[in-house]
Design a protein around this ligand. Structure first.
Ligand SMILES: *Cc1c(COP(=O)(O)O)cnc(C)c1O
Length: 367
């Protein structure tokens, strides 16, 4: 068997190639490369899919977070609560707007922010919460919004890993005040380059975010704010318009692959499989398991030798990165997850035979 990657985009690319080539040709013929018709149409289509009033296409998920915070007036002197078990960009965006990240440890089952510990982290300076729907599993948003509303806090959802995931039947990203998505190529809805999206039902936030996207202007050359150049590229928009109609089918493929792993690995000792909480519809952006008894690294090396690629998301919890070490906080669950987690190969079209090979190699390695 050939090397098994953690993600194989060649299935979708070979299937979509004729459509993609037609779309590229029409962008070339049209000649509008920036903020052209595909960007506008994608914004309308994605807003309709998500059931949200405003969708603003941006250059990346990181920019979406930064622009969301600025649009909501978050800045110097403000505290923003988030999880330490996420990609750096979540906390980086908070620091980028000169606010202070405050970390709340995660639950060991869903790997998401532990809502039991959330209220204790709120201070008079707290302005916002950024929940991250990690690996495609929703944070319990109803409960989080109840706390946020009661304490008068803004909620910016980081949906970079959970496009199309549900929480109690509602799409994540549309439950908080603002939702930030990434279309980095490896995300469950990915472009073939960088891309991001900000969504909101609040017209004032939408207007400010649209201005921040183009140098703080509503009208070209009449700049009113210090903004950014953070537009989604027209070619990426054309790609995303081809991929968006397929996302439910692809998320279903990931869920099926997760069910297959559960069958194959469910009774193996020293492994903890990911959960799907009753409120969540998981999209398995990653299939991330925990390896107990300090065996993670040895397992990863044996899998590598057997031709199975895996990834560790994340080997260092964000509060332990050099830039945040001065905070001197301890997050026991995030720290132990960083030692235990390993993400297995998963993509919508992965064949059960590949998964069986992966599972057998894991079982062999743990013996
Ligand atoms: C990928 C990711 C981001 C950043 O998105 P980019 O498009 O790469 O800027 C932010 N948060 C999380 C949780 C991510 O996984």
């Amino acid at each position: 068997m050939k090397r098994i990657p953690v993600l194989d985009l060649s299935y979708e690319i070979s299937e979509l190639k004729p459509q993609l080539m037609d779309a590229f040709a029409s962008v070339l013929d049209n000649g509008a490369f920036i903020m052209g018709p595909n960007v506008k149409s994608f914004e309308n289509e994605v807003a309709e899919y998500l059931g949200v009033k405003h969708a603003i296409a941006l250059n990346s998920g990181t920019d979406a977070l930064v622009i969301a915070l600025l649009a909501a007036g978050i800045g110097e002197g403000d505290e923003v609560i988030t999880t330490p078990f996420t990609f750096f960009a979540t906390a980086e965006a908070i620091s980028q707007v000169r606010a202070t990240p405050v970390f709340v440890d995660v639950e060991p089952q869903s790997y998401n922010m532990d809502l039991d510990q959330l209220e204790a982290a709120i201070t008079p300076r707290t302005k916002a919460i950024i929940p991250v729907h990690l690996f495609g599993h929703a944070v319990e948003m109803t409960r989080l919004m109840e706390i946020a509303d009661r304490r008068g806090l803004l909620v910016v959802e980081d949906v970079a890993q959970a496009f199309g995931a549900d929480c109690e039947g509602r799409k994540v990203g549309t439950i908080g005040h603002l939702g930030c998505y990434s279309f980095f190529p490896t995300k469950n809805l990915g472009a073939y380059g960088d891309g991001g999206l900000l969504v909101t039902n609040d017209s004032a936030f939408a207007e400010k975010a649209s201005m921040l996207r183009v140098h703080g202007s509503k009208k070209k050359y009449y700049n009113e704010l210090i903004g950014f150049n953070s537009r989604l590229d027209e070619l990426q928009a054309a790609i995303l318009r081809i991929k968006l109609p397929r996302i439910d089918e692809w998320n279903a493929g990931r869920r099926k692959a997760a069910a297959t792993y559960k069958e194959l690995l469910g009774s193996v000792g020293e492994i903890v499989l990911p959960i799907e909480a009753p409120y969540a519809k998981h999209v398995f952006h990653q299939y991330t398991i925990r390896i107990l008894n300090g065996k993670r690294q040895a397992l990863q090396e044996k899998l590598e030798a057997a031709g199975v690629s895996t990834m560790v998301y994340y080997p260092v919890p964000v509060h332990k990165l050099p830039i945040y070490q001065a905070l001197e906080v301890t997050m026991p669950t995030a720290e132990s997850l960083a030692e235990e987690v390993i993400s297995l190969p998963i993509w919508p079209q992965i064949e059960p035979a590949i998964q069986a090979y992966v599972a057998n190699k894991i079982i062999e390695a743990l013996q």
